[in-house]
Design a protein around this ligand. Sequence first.
Ligand code: AMP
Length: 191
Amino acid sequence: MKNIILFGPPGSGKGTQAAKLVEKYGLKHISTGDIFREELKNNTDLGQKAREYMDQGLLVPDEVVIAMLGSKMDYFLKETPKGFIFDGFPRTLAQAEALDRLMKGKDLRIDKVLSLVVSEEELTKRILLRGKTSGRADDADRETVKKRVEEYNNKTAVVAGFYRKKNILNEIKGEGSIDDIFANLCTAFEA
Ligand code: AMP
């Protein structure tokens, strides 16, 4: 199995690129944001709990995210996948450490972290633009977007350092055409 993390701030293109990587390499996609939105749509307890945070642009508490992730992985592992692509997870050091433990417990490991680098100005522009069509309340409101970028800077950016120390961090320019960025991701994935 080849397991990767697609890392980067909100609006860096993780969702778009993850879909393309999934299609090309047959990986199982685990997007914690997508899972929360699905739970919300189905009006589950987990969805309701996540909503309190998502609507404010805040991170959902680690213990909620980690518990959900473990059960999702077990579900996919029954299908003996070619690998996992984690998208929007881990977003804190505690989540990164928990993922390490989870993977070790299943005799798996993270092979690579592909990190999309995009300027803050470009991020805000992209998210607000997406907000016009995505139907996501957290994309449409300037204050919520600002909060999400702040949460990234305060709690998530350090996760890159965690993987840099393990020598598995690959930084990829996340600005330019979707196809060019994808080509660079594929080169890093296959290297
Ligand atoms: P995303 O679609 O990845 O931008 O996630 C949307 C929202 O879901 C985030 O702003 C958080 O409120 C929540 N969320 C998604 N993934 C995580 C995570 N790994 N840790 C905490 N909160 C998360």
